[in-house]
Each structure stands twice: as C-alpha cells, then as structure tokens.
Design a protein around this ligand. Structure first.
Ligand SMILES: *[C@@H]1O[C@H](CO)[C@@H](O)[C@H](O)[C@H]1NC(C)=O
Length: 121
C-alpha cells in the first residue's frame, strides 16, 4: 500500500506536466482559416451547426478524426476541426452524421484501429 502511494506521488507531477504540454500542443493546431488544406473538401463539412446536440459537448478544437463506428485513429492531422466532440461512450456515425452510442453502431461493422481515418474538413 505504501509502495502504491509513493508511486502515485511520483506520477502526479508527470500528469501535471503532461497537461501543461498538451495545452502547449494546442497552440500548434492548424486553423483552416489560417492555413487552408486543399484536400479537405474530400471530408465532411462541420455537421454540428450552431450547437453540438444531445450526444456531443462543446470543445475549442475537436480535431478531424473522431472515433467512428468503423475506425479509431492512432494519429490525426493537426487541424482544429469541429467545435464539438462526441461524449464518452459515443462515436461519430458517418452514415447518420451525428454522435451515437457506440453500442448502437451497426452490428456488422467491426471497428478497426488505423493510423489515420480523417472524417471532418
Ligand atoms: C443520440 O444518441 C442516440 C443513441 O445512440 C441516438 O439514437 C440519437 O439519434 C442521437 N441523437 C442525436 C441528436 O445525436
């Protein structure tokens, strides 16, 4: 038990450091207005118009590779993307264009973990 406690004390500063570096990371997110990506029209335009809806939360930069029924990305281009992120246990449905419970995904689709599956422009 004492060992576990000291491990937590060791990890705490690392976690704090991590949150500091990730805010730093956000400053390097590419905003489309600043640096347009000519290839982006291949992807879905922001489907969250005005508000995020019941299954998503407002965020500053939701990114362009949300987890979907079919794919989960390991890495993603640093585009700010949409300002909504699906709530925990929800994934983005590219068929319905909204966040749905992962358990509501079509049963015949098995999610694959891939390098990058970009969804949004
Ligand atoms: C919210 O999620 C539920 C459960 O998956 C789904 O049936 C519903 O269509 C979703 N609604 C919206 C507005 O995203």
């Amino acid at each position: 038990m004492a060992r576990l406690k000291s491990l937590c004390l060791l990890l705490l500063p690392a976690l704090l450091m991590n949150s500091v570096t990730s805010t730093d990371d956000e400053d390097h997110v590419v905003n489309h207005d600043v640096d347009p990506d000519p290839g982006r029209i291949k992807y879905i335009w922001n489907p969250f118009l005005g508000f995020c809806g019941e299954n998503a939360s407002m965020v500053r930069c939701g990114g362009v590779c949300p987890e979907t029924c079919a794919f989960k990305s390991l890495r993603c281009p640093k585009y700010c993307g949409v300002n909504c992120a699906c709530k925990p246990r929800y994934v983005y449905s590219e068929q319905l264009n909204l966040c749905i419970l992962k358990s509501d995904c079509p049963k015949d689709i098995e999610q694959k973990v891939v390098e990058t599956h970009r969804v949004f422009q």
